[in-house]
Design a protein around this ligand. Sequence first.
Ligand SMILES: *Cc1c(COP(=O)(O)O)cnc(C)c1O
Length: 333
Amino acid sequence: MTAAVRIAAPEGLTLPTYADVERAAERLKGVAHHTPALSSATANRRTGASLVFKAENLQRMGAFKFRGGYNAISALSPEQKKAGVLTFSSGNHAQAIAYAGKLLGVPTTIIMPEDAPQAKVEATQGYGGEVVRYDRYTQDRLEIGNRIAAERGLTLIPPYDHADVIAGQGTATKELIEDAGPFDMLFVCLGGGGLLAGAALAAKALNPDCRVFGVEPEAGNDGQQSLRSGKIVKIGVPKTIADGAQTAFLGDLTFPIIQALVEDIVTVSDAELVDAMRFFAERMKLVVEPTGCLAAAAALTAKVPVEGKRVGVIISGGNVDLASFARLIAPSA
Ligand SMILES: *Cc1c(COP(=O)(O)O)cnc(C)c1O
């Protein structure tokens, strides 16, 4: 039995539901890794909570985005698959689409910022994606994406504001709760909200009492402002080491879901992200990218009181080039 949570959709849009998450889980079975749910005595001692980490840094291509990308391409018609897909991304969604396209035999074109980490650009090209670069501080990626998609007859799969992407991302939380739940609280990192919206759909269906929190970088708290003001707030591209959460606004699909199901959005500093990266490397032997540490940083520093609670934490990704990783976690002299 799953509780049906009804959420009012904006005019003309259809929001994904938990049934879509279940359908995505079927498509991903045997394709996406069923990543482990890990605990750490040190983390529990530090917080007085019982924390369970969902290690999506160990997902195929190194982040949960494989789930949404593969689900969205799988859902296309044979004609759409033949023509190919296009997306824009600062990195992990690009790799997800390129890799899923390769597995499904669908050609992929990726619009990427000039300053995207080189490891992410090369990985995307390595999976067979055609990369087109743009300047994210002066050019509008949506405009560029729409123009190229129209010229080439491609289907646009945006990184978060898409029902099948949201549903695919929700499968990570479905697995986490089925493996290790129920939880009192769940912490999820937040960029454009695909992961958080999917997580909230799964959590509220499987574990209705679970309080869901989004976590953003301090420098880019547009989601927090949006949730608290009741409308989508747009900000400039935030400067933070959490490059996967440099989105400037939530989506028309992700926002209403977050508004209905998420209790609050909290923020963490870049210094707190670095502490969490060090904790994962030293104590749990995990390589986690800065953005992947958002939820853990909030739980470890108890941005919301966690003592005595069972807490789920999504580690969202591990794609960081070795030089940046080494520089960030190096002990300061
Ligand atoms: C994309 C991404 C996020 C943010 O996900 P949204 O669905 O945009 O909120 C967080 N962490 C990592 C590693 C990502 O790649």
